[in-house]
Design a protein around this ligand. Structure first.
Ligand code: MN
Length: 288
């Protein structure tokens, strides 16, 4: 099942080129009181909601996909976790390019561990990426994104799949420079998730997916997740060794070679096998 959040926070099931409004199912979610729990309750209750989602998807109001605004399918994750240098070919290009490495010795995830992006930087494709006016290189990084479906701590890799609710396409937007990753990758709109969320049962092997990114129609990144250094299962084991994972938490699995700058006016087209395509505009963000 493909689920999206569209327009004015409607919940949709994506069927071919259409979105079926299944927002009525959200009424079944528990209504929290202060203090609100971490996470996005949709993803912790997905299995319980599934019969209702399927029933509503047969009768709900339909809209053409191209007529709706797609937001991040995860609304309020407690954490956006991400993998630095998790492809060898990306390590090689970073070592070769001073505009990526800024004089630092580029190692891999095996050395760095993982990092966090601010959840408040999360947007969907229709909102797009807004770059602040700055004389800095700002890069696209297309990645397979995992969405967690249940809480867990110290999850062994052989059990990792039990904790995956499903998958989306992720963009880990990045300012190149010498600052800490959490600064360079947490600007508003620097985490794009979309175009929808695909339940885990639709993707047999997340460690074997083709994916690519184009800018203005030109292929910049093209790879397969089988080249991950820490694969999907190892990432869950590793991340949950540090912090409990909660429903709706997102893991961006790392970007392959081909990273490069974008500027306002560009359009990024992203694809991940088994998920689909998303088109993400790049705009200039001005003071308000
Ligand atoms: Mn990245």
């Amino acid at each position: 099942m493909k689920l999206c959040r569209f327009d004015d926070d409607r919940l949709g099931v994506v069927l071919g080129g259409e979105v079926v409004d299944v927002s009525a199912a959200v009424r079944r979610l528990p209504i929290p009181r202060w203090p609100l729990p971490f996470g996005d309750p949709l993803f912790g209750n997905l299995e319980a909601l599934r019969p209702e989602l399927e029933r509503l998807s047969r009768s709900g109001v339909r809209k053409t996909l191209s007529d709706v605004k797609l937001k991040s399918p995860v609304a309020t994750p407690s954490k956006l976790m991400a993998a630095p240098v998790n492809y060898r070919a990306h390590q090689a290009e970073a070592i070769a390019d001073p505009a990526i490495n800024f004089g630092s010795d580029i190692k891999t995830i095996e050395h760095y561990g993982m990092f966090l992006k601010s959840p408040s930087g999360l947007v969907g494709p229709s909102e797009g990426v807004c770059l602040p006016a700055a004389d800095r290189r700002m890069d696209h990084e297309v990645e397979l994104a995992l969405v967690i479906g249940k809480s867990g701590f110290q999850i062994p890799r052989r059990k990792a799949r039990d904790y995956i609710a499903g998958y989306s396409i992720g963009l880990d937007m990045t300012v190149r420079g010498a600052e800490d990753r959490s600064w360079r990758k947490s600007f508003d709109t620097f985490a794009v998730l979309g175009p929808w969320f695909v339940t885990a049962d639709e993707i047999a092997d997340p460690n074997g997916l083709d994916f690519w990114l184009k800018v203005n129609g030109e292929v910049r990144q093209s790879a397969n997740t089988r080249a991950l250094i820490f694969d999907v299962d190892r990432l869950i084991e590793y991340a949950s060794g540090a912090y409990a994972l909660h429903p709706g938490d997102v893991i961006m699995t790392g970007t392959p070679e081909g990273v490069g700058p974008v500027v306002p006016g560009d359009v990024m087209d992203c694809y991940v096998e088994g998920i689909g395509h998303m088109s993400v505009p790049v705009r200039l963000r001005t003071a308000r």
